[in-house]
Design a protein around this ligand. Structure first.
Ligand code: SF4
Length: 263
């Protein structure tokens, strides 16, 4: 079978820092193998720029196996690109055609300021986790399997929510730049299990307060987050988050958590 190669035109968002205006710049990716990953294609374009003494464009990546949550950019208006349930690093050039024109942008949200080009600062997600995404029960050494009986349906649902890699595509896809799908995944994976019960409601309140402080918007049921999520985190988790949050507010309406300082 012969290998198909293609030429692609890229319009890449270039921005030196959050304080400076950015703009698209045009690059040509030539003779790209259909078997290349999307990031390998970008690597080749950057190698050409370096060879010509030009500034390569910046983009996030790490494991390139779809599990670390580092990579992510908006490709022709879609966070992570045109293939459903796929991170940018797992996207391959066979998904594109010779002559395609691609517009690459960073996540756009007040809570994710641009560091450079396609790289955004996602520390806000870490602060949301620090605000309440933990359990206080002793974990100790590895417990015996089935030491705490959890039915399979519940264990599977908790595991599905734990698949969230914190990439931020849900925020980039949402017209309100809401982080609710991310927060709800963390709430659900801890809140479904017995070990997550002691802080369950407080956790929802603290994480929502931190998400608000970081500048993420509220959920108004567009469901774009669910469509963009590479780990297929379910929108229904947001209902669970809302239940825990409302329950906490009814119990102690004046006890509003103080968010951690936002940079
Ligand atoms: S919910 Fe999905 S899109 Fe949002 S951070 Fe987690 S994995 Fe990424």
């Amino acid at each position: 079978m012969t290998e198909r190669t293609m030429n692609i035109t890229l319009h890449v968002w270039r921005q030196d820092n959050p304080g400076k205006p950015g703009k698209f710049e045009r690059y040509e990716a030539t003779d790209i193998s259909e078997h290349s990953s999307f990031l390998e294609m970008l690597d080749l374009v950057n190698e050409g720029l370096i060879k010509d003494g030009k500034d390569p464009f910046s983009y996030d990546h790490d494991c390139r196996e779809g599990v670390c949550g580092m990579c992510g950019m908006v490709i022709n208006g879609i966070p992570h690109g045109p293939q459903a349930a796929t991170t940018t690093c797992q996207l391959h050039m066979r998904k594109f055609k010779n002559g395609d024109e691609l517009w690459l942008e960073p996540w756009r949200a007040a809570g994710f300021p641009v560091i450079k080009d396609l790289v955004v600062d996602r520390d806000a997600f870490d602060r949301i986790i620090q605000a309440g995404g933990y359990i206080t029960s002793r974990t100790g050494s590895a417990p015996d399997a089935n030491g705490i009986a959890i039915d399979k349906k519940t264990a599977d649902a908790a595991f599905d929510a734990a698949a969230c890699i914190g990439c931020g595509a849900c925020v980039a896809a949402c017209p309100n730049a809401s982080a609710m799908l991310f927060v709800s995944a963390k709430i659900t994976h801890l809140g479904l299990l017995p070990q997550g019960q002691p802080e369950r409601k407080d956790r929802a309140r603290k994480m929502v307060a931190q998400a608000d402080a970081e500048g993420f918007g509220g959920c108004t049921n567009h469901r774009e987050c669910e469509a963009a999520c590479p780990k297929e985190i379910k929108f229904a988790n947001i209902a669970r988050l809302n239940r825990d949050f409302i329950g906490a507010m009814i119990k102690a309406p004046d006890d509003v958590p103080k968010p951690q300082p936002v940079r």
